[in-house]
Design a protein. Structure first.
Length: 364
């Protein structure tokens, strides 16, 4: 028998029981659910990653929908528990949903939501920040200052890479990868054009290995599935330039992290900026000791506007299914759901298995 988990309740007499497995930023998502007749239960357990047993205890005997997190294992066990409790909807508060077994959700007729369109630029901005910080060794230099080691300017102190004129490679040029490319290249192209200098050019490479061989800075933005697991492995690291910069704000297992640690050790001028890790929240042995690695705790989407928007979209995904609303026709154009001064459209913003479940699409 699982231990009971602590919760905070909003609108106790609400007709529909909606659970959020974590407190989420902002209050708009709570208000929208409450205004539409939901009793909202937020898990306040002081435990970062909830187990399947914890979530089963939260679901209980009657639950209409759940808003969950990318750290949770949403497979057969949880979808069958949710379905037994009468639940019709689950939404990840994330755009990525590699933690969700969508086939299992289909089997139990549970709609699965995600939150695209609100974290594109925020994530691309972190990838750009890590690229610049790695190129100019900002974290190492900051640690040096704080340690009281700076005793005067030196010609060789924290020499890094100049990015002007260098080649930027994007692997996985979807929404976020394309935004990263625009950030790294377009503004610079305008600047060069205005000062009459040689323009920036771009091309679609014929293979991933071509990008790895030619680029000076490479940012990874693929989805994680069987085809992208260890996409960057020992062999592929070996074909990259010795002074290249590799950034990962997608999912950790896209890189073979053991091979990466070895490569960082053998190539001190090769640098990485990592937001995600193969065994998140853990790092493979040795990674934390590498001066040529910048590591941050999966914060690519962590701007206030984006995180509040993700919470709102996740709540509206669940609410829309409970209310029998159709699915929004373009999950990349979610601005109408984020406008605080107007009621949101009567639709679920993004349901990834809408087609498999035969759910109607909104005509709005
Ligand atoms: O998939 C996502 O939404 C991100 O990884 C969260 O930061």
């Amino acid at each position: 028998m699982a231990k009971p988990v602590s919760i905070e309740v909003w609108n106790p007499s609400g007709k529909y029981r909606v659970i959020s497995t974590k407190p989420m930023p902002g209050t708009r998502w709570i208000n929208l659910l409450v205004q539409q007749g939901c009793r909202v239960e937020i898990c306040t357990e002081k435990k970062t990653i909830l187990s399947v047993e914890d979530i089963i205890a939260l679901i209980g005997d009657k639950c209409d929908g759940v808003i969950g997190q990318l750290t949770e294992d949403w497979g057969e066990t949880l979808f069958s528990a949710l379905s037994r409790a009468g639940g019709k909807a689950f939404s990840n508060m994330a755009v990525g949903y590699n933690n969700v077994d969508v086939n299992a959700a289909n089997k139990y007729g549970v709609a699965v939501g995600n939150t695209p369109g609100v974290l594109t630029e925020t994530t691309a901005e972190l990838a750009a920040s890590l690229s610049l910080a790695a190129a100019r060794r900002i974290v190492e230099a900051d640690e040096f200052m704080r340690a009281g080691l700076y005793d005067g300017w030196l010609p060789n102190l924290y020499v890094g890479n100049l990015l002007k004129g260098q080649t930027v490679g994007v692997i996985g040029a979807g929404r976020i990868g394309s935004a990263y490319a625009r950030m790294m290249v377009e503004a610079y192209a305008e600047f060069l054009k205005a000062s009459g200098e040689k323009p920036v050019t771009w091309k679609r490479a014929s293979s991933m290995d071509e990008v790895l061989r030619q680029a000076d800075v490479i940012s990874l933005h693929p989805v994680l599935d069987k085809t992208t697991y260890h996409l960057v492995n020992k062999e592929r690291l070996a074909i990259m330039k010795k002074e290249a910069i590799l950034v990962n704000c997608s999912r950790g297992p896209v890189i073979d992290e053991v091979a990466l640690v070895e490569h960082l050790r053998a190539n001190p001028m090769f640098r990485v900026g990592l937001d995600v890790f193969e065994d998140e929240p853990f790092m493979k042995p040795g990674l934390a000791d590498m001066k040529n690695a910048i590591v941050v705790p999966h914060i690519a989407s962590a701007s206030k506007w984006t995180r509040e928007g993700m919470a709102t979209l996740a709540a509206l995904n669940v609410l829309g299914k409970i209310k029998g609303y159709p699915i929004w026709s373009d999950p990349n154009q979610v601005e109408p759901f984020l406008n605080e001064n107007a009621p949101p459209p009567a639709a679920s913003p993004s349901i990834v298995n809408a087609k498999a479940l035969g759910l109607p699409v909104s005509k709005l």
